[in-house]
Design a protein. Structure first.
Length: 343
């Protein structure tokens, strides 16, 4: 296989490729009549992670898709990251994945079929880890490499996680550390030192399987995964959908190693700036450090979990069994002057 640096063939990277929340809202303002579908329990009204269709037997089928351009240079690792990120939406809804099909775009005049095969194999490896088949897909000749999955899952209706279900006076947890956007930008800018990108790759290729276990707990009221809109963007979707506010304790937010070093070197992804412009007015005044970290565009990030204070023991037990040591990073509250306060 020829040696390539896949990130040199894309203008964006990972979930940083996402259209900004503000522009996306504009695009989705359809002029067509909204036709109700009674069995569609979750559509795109509240910015949830996947659609949910009621099967009528107490369960719903989940459907989601996610794809992007390379965030790392290694083809196999790129495939793993893209697949992990796509499957995460099913876990974030409290469900379990059933199968996936691939979404694949390849610049056939620039990159070989051998490299493309490694990308697909990375996706297959993650699907195997999730216990599901990569059952097919669709491919096109495109100017930039693109890979992702459309994933089908299933969930019991009583365990369905929705952005509208959060409550005030709960604690907020995050299952993966922040800083993926900053570290991968440092790599793209050729500033990264040997070994410093590895923690980000490990995080991006770790499946959020624990989401299906959290959803079984009465104390867990909602979840979402933190991806391209940053922690504050995805938390704001929950707050708006649930008509509550939130406080984030900045010194409690976990960061990947060396994030601050590369932040000070100016390795700030463009997605972070777009994110702040989209929802910054909903947040109280922040320092530059707070803004650049909490708006950092994550790829295949962790689960943002809202947990009742009187049900923490069972939550901590499930987290510990999954190898996670978690500490609250904030709390929900009645909405005040700002949707979210960072302190």
């Amino acid at each position: 296989m020829q040696q390539v640096k896949l990130t040199e063939y894309s203008h964006g990277a990972g979930c940083g490729c996402k259209i900004s929340p503000m522009l996306l809202d504009e695009i989705l303002q359809s002029t067509r009549e909204n036709i109700p579908y009674p069995k569609l329990l979750v559509g795109n009204e509240n910015k949830d992670d996947a659609a949910a269709y009621d099967l009528g037997d107490g369960t719903s089928v989940l459907s989601t898709t996610d794809f992007f351009m390379p965030i790392v240079d290694d083809p196999f690792v790129f495939g793993k990251i893209a697949a992990t990120n796509a499957i995460s939406d099913i876990y974030a809804m409290g469900g379990r994945p059933l199968m996936a099909i691939s979404i694949f775009g390849w610049p056939i005049d620039k990159l070989s079929a051998d490299i493309a095969r490694h990308v697909i194999d990375g996706g297959r490896a993650v699907c195997e880890d999730a216990g599901i088949p990569l059952a097919g897909g669709h491919s096109i000749d495109s100017p930039e490499p693109i890979f992702g999955l459309a994933v089908t899952g299933i969930v019991k209706n009583k365990n369905l996680m929705q952005n509208t279900a959060a409550q005030k006076d709960c604690l907020i947890f995050l299952t993966k550390a922040l800083g993926i956007g900053i570290l991968t930008t440092a790599q793209k800018q050729k500033k990264i030192e040997e070994g410093d990108i590895e923690p980000a790759i490990e995080a991006m290729t770790t499946l959020n399987k624990v989401g299906a276990e959290f959803a079984l707990l009465e104390s867990v009221v909602t979840m979402t995964d933190v991806t391209g809109f940053g922690l504050l963007g995805h938390l704001s979707e929950i707050c708006e959908g649930s008509k509550i506010g939130a406080t984030i304790w900045f010194d409690k937010v976990p960061l990947l190693p060396n994030v601050e070093k590369y932040r000070k070197l100016g390795c700030i992804p463009g997605g972070a700036r777009k994110n702040f412009l989209s929802y910054g007015e909903k947040i109280n005044q922040m320092t530059q450090q707070q803004r650049e970290i909490l708006c950092d565009a994550q790829t295949s990030g962790g689960l943002l979990v809202i947990v009742k204070k009187n049900g923490l023991d069972s939550f901590y037990e499930v987290a510990q069994n999954a190898g996670l040591t978690l500490e609250a990073i904030g709390e929900t509250k009645q909405k005040g002057e700002h949707l979210i306060e960072v302190i």
